[in-house]
Write a protein that binds this ligand. Structure first.
Ligand SMILES: [Zn+2]
Length: 136
């Protein structure tokens, strides 16, 4: 069992940073085979992340289900990944699929971290102008 809720939030935030960094790396790779391999790594990361959310976060928050906006964000990440899996990795659309996936992941992060009461700290988020509440 994971420690406190605080540790859990820290773990989830760390996962989010890793996912964004990995997607940025995939987008920057010019070698398609390397990019496809890195996407496999992303899928593993996402699966582990969802497991933490399901097995540790829900029970810790005593929620039966996610708030609906988070459920929607999860579903759109899965559907973006599914689209990508059905796109030939040598097609131009494949990169667009990765960019689309990143967009959905960023949205998930903002929504989930907002819902968890933590300040989203990815590049697309507004600057942290309330240092007190962000430490709670
Ligand atoms: Zn998450």
């Amino acid at each position: 069992m994971l420690g406190t809720l605080h540790d859990l939030y820290a773990l989830i935030r760390k996962d989010h940073r890793k996912m964004i960094a990995l997607l940025a790396q995939i987008i920057s790779l010019s070698d398609r085979a390397q990019a496809v391999a890195a996407l496999e790594e992303f899928k593993t990361l996402l699966r582990d992340h969802e497991r933490v959310e399901d097995e540790a976060l829900y029970p810790a928050l005593t929620l039966d289900a996610w708030p609906s906006d988070i459920a929607v964000a999860h579903a759109s990440i899965r559907s973006a990944l599914c689209d990508l899996e059905h796109t030939a990795s040598d097609a131009a659309e494949w990169w667009q699929g990765v960019v689309h996936l990143r967009h959905n992941v960023e949205r998930h992060i903002v929504e989930e971290e907002t819902a968890l009461g933590t300040a989203p700290s990815i590049a697309t988020a507004p600057p942290d102008d309330d240092p007190v509440s962000s430490r709670l």
